[in-house]
Design a protein around this ligand. Sequence first.
Ligand SMILES: NC(=O)c1ccc[n+]([C@@H]2O[C@H](COP(=O)([O-])OP(=O)(O)OC[C@H]3O[C@@H](n4cnc5c(N)ncnc54)[C@H](OP(=O)(O)O)[C@@H]3O)[C@@H](O)[C@H]2O)c1
Length: 171
Amino acid sequence: MFLSVWAQDKNGLIGKDGLLPWRLPNDMKFFQSHTLNSIVAMGRKTYEGMDYRSEKYRHILVLTQQKGLTVQANAEVISSISELVEYEKQVDEDIYISGGTRIFKEMLPYTSVIWRTLIDAEFSGDTYIGEIDFSEFELVEEIEGLVDEVNHYPHVFQKWVRKAEFPIRTV
Ligand SMILES: NC(=O)c1ccc[n+]([C@@H]2O[C@H](COP(=O)([O-])OP(=O)(O)OC[C@H]3O[C@@H](n4cnc5c(N)ncnc54)[C@H](OP(=O)(O)O)[C@@H]3O)[C@@H](O)[C@H]2O)c1
């Protein structure tokens, strides 16, 4: 199945200059605990923003319409949402959708679970999550993150699960 995972500030901001707008080690740990040993799918800009940090992930599917984009040995190029949906049918494991904006939105009909970190602060940046329709999902878990000397901003980890009456799209 597909699971989406993102963090946003109070205004829905998710990115700045190709990177995250904040430093919140708790959230990075949370993200990596789900994704490091999994298959993750992300847009070309998010992938490029990760730079050498992408190397520690087991497998990355990079969405791009560019022909001949060079990626690291642990990554492969995917050219459309339909190709990604077909890929998932061939592998017997979960795929984590890791942004950015367009992929979160376009993958929503295929997504079973959303992990959303809500950061109770306001940052500046250039990339927003935009309109995400949660009506087909139910909030089943909300866990408060720890605020301490390295995690300065209050944050909660939310888990949203697709309601049974709204089956996922498969094609
Ligand atoms: N806070 C978070 O949880 C979070 C999560 C993810 C990303 N981010 C941040 O968000 C920013 C990047 O996000 P973004 O939305 O600007 O860009 P992005 O989604 O990472 O990359 C956009 C690119 O992905 C490719 N793409 C997207 N949809 C596609 C599709 N349906 N088919 C084929 N290719 C597709 C295109 O690549 P080509 O132009 O090469 O064709 C497009 O230009 C960064 O700052 C990043 O750090 C934050």
